[in-house]
Design a protein around this ligand. Structure first.
Ligand code: FES
Length: 116
């Protein structure tokens, strides 16, 4: 059976919103890459939880629905550029049917944890 599809809206650094359709279960790093979103420096460690460049900012109601971050993710998030109370690492968040239509904001800069 074909997997359910959901929409994710990425708010880019220039303020534009890019909606993409994707399969449930994909993570927000892979979705951005598969859809050729042009985000400089994004996903530098390719989802291995070693860089924090896949940092995304969520809306509070969406953030509250996400599974709890692991300690490893929290450690890496601490190093992210422009950390907020609703920040997560895109490579650690997979979309579910319940998240259909969510909006995530790309922070204005990146900090690659491997450089500090
Ligand atoms: Fe490096 Fe997510 S891509 S931590």
């Amino acid at each position: 059976t074909e997997k359910a599809k959901v929409t994710v809206n990425y708010v880019m650094r220039d303020g534009s919103t890019v909606p993409v359709r994707t399969k449930v279960g994909e993570n927000l790093l892979d979705i951005a890459i598969e859809n050729d979103l042009d985000i400089d420096g994004f996903g530098a460690c390719e989802g291995t939880l070693a860089c924090s460049t896949c940092h995304l900012i969520f809306e509070q109601p969406i953030y509250d629905q996400l599974e709890e971050p692991t300690d490893e993710e929290l450690d890496m998030l601490d190093l992210a550029f422009g950390l907020t109370d609703t920040s997560r690492l895109g490579c650690q968040v997979c979309v579910t049917k319940a998240l259909d239509g969510l909006t995530v904001k790309v922070p204005e800069g990146v900090a690659d944890a491997r450089d500090v």
